[in-house]
Design a protein around this ligand. Structure first.
Ligand code: SF4
Length: 351
């Protein structure tokens, strides 16, 4: 199946209202049409220009020949847990593949979106890291995952996490643009605190996120309280060391008064001892935050999930800490849709 987009076609998903206004001005259309189109795409979620009934017929026809709404094509999905969790494979207009996950819980529908094709961070325990890095996704390609997953869902998507393939802060501008459009009151209008950006700890971007006073939630993958061990499983720790990372998290709290979340993927024999838990408490100190413990999802790379007993002991030690502790029993593990399990083959023939 070929979904290669014609080079002359303009993709409208991913443009904010000022960008739409500029694009429409170029073809002699008034500014107010931008808000109408924005509303049709994001609030009314139409999939064709023909359905944008308050646009003149001539403009609809022109958009049909010169622009596209969606640039992604759904290739397949796999379900698990009676379809409570589904993993989707999408093809980009440039031919590469990405994955996204939709997780249904009682009152929530969360989608986990990819931000890059592959990932340069190369965390040792992660399937995406093994793919290497291909390219950043555009804001439109990030948002299109949301729109296509929404079209597949009976209820409204309530939460977005940027935790799929890629490191969001290494694609900062496009991820922020996608998040702002998700949050825009004239469109999807998803609350800022329902949108989580997860990073391995790119320090200058955490500071920028704080300085710009972004209202979205911030999650930082910590995974070890010891610099050397962290560096072994997360090469990015070499240039973004733990003491500076914790200072950046404190800076974020001081600037925004929002509590960061620290993600802690629990790996047997690597970071799951009582000593690790006590060091973690000392490292975080009195920083107001949440620690989210994620028992590892095995992908056949030598890393193991600790036994339930060990997990419980680790978590019980953390209960002495001043911060909140939660355990995320990752959903979708049986279809490789859990944390750190997303990966697609990178076909060298793709353009
Ligand atoms: S865990 Fe995240 S940042 Fe690390 S390699 Fe995987 S996708 Fe990249």
């Amino acid at each position: 199946m070929s979904v290669i987009q014609k080079e002359t076609e303009v993709s409208l998903v991913g443009m904010d209202i000022p960008a739409l206004e500029r694009a429409l001005a170029e073809i002699g259309e008034p500014r107010f049409r931008a808000r109408q189109i924005f509303n049709w795409i994001y609030a009314r979620k139409v999939h064709s220009f023909g359905d944008m009934r308050n646009l003149p017929k001539t403009l609809r026809r022109r958009l049909e020949s010169e622009a596209v709404i969606h640039t992604l094509t759904k290739i397949s999905h796999s379900g698990s847990d009676a379809d409570l969790t589904r993993k989707y494979l999408f093809q980009l207009s440039t031919g590469e593949m990405i994955e996204s996950v939709r997780i249904k819980e009682k009152t929530r529908i969360t989608v986990c979106l990819s931000t890059q094709v592959g990932c340069a961070a190369n965390c040792a325990f992660c399937a995406t890291g093994r793919m290497g890095f291909r390219r950043n996704l555009t804001a439109g390609e990030i948002l299109d995952q949301f729109l296509l997953l929404q079209a597949e869902s009976e209820g409204r998507i309530t939460n977005v996490v940027f935790m799929g393939m890629g490191e969001p802060f290494l694609n900062y501008r496009n991820v922020m643009q996608a998040a702002e459009i998700l949050n825009h009151p004239d469109g999807i209008s998803l609350g800022a605190r329902k949108i989580t950006v997860s990073t391995v700890g790119i320090i200058p971007k955490i500071q920028k996120f704080a300085d710009e006073r972004r209202r979205f939630k911030l999650a930082i993958s910590l995974n070890s309280p010891a610099q050397e061990k962290r560096r072994q499983i997360m090469p990015v720790a070499k240039s973004h060391p733990l003491p500076e990372l914790l200072s950046a998290a404190r800076y974020y709290y001081q600037k925004t008064r929002n509590h960061p979340t620290f993600e802690y993927v629990l790996l047997e024999g690597i970071n799951d001892s009582g000593n690790d838990a006590r060091r973690l408490i000392r490292l975080i100190g009195n920083l107001p935050c949440k620690v989210n413990v994620i028992p590892y999802n095995e992908i056949g790379n030598g890393f193991k999930r600790p036994s339930d007993d060990r997990i419980e002991r680790f978590v019980r030690t953390l209960y002495d800490a001043p911060f909140t502790v939660t355990v995320r029993w990752s959903r979708g593990v049986d279809i490789d849709a859990g944390c750190g399990q997303l990966a697609v083959p990178l076909n060298e023939d793709t353009p």
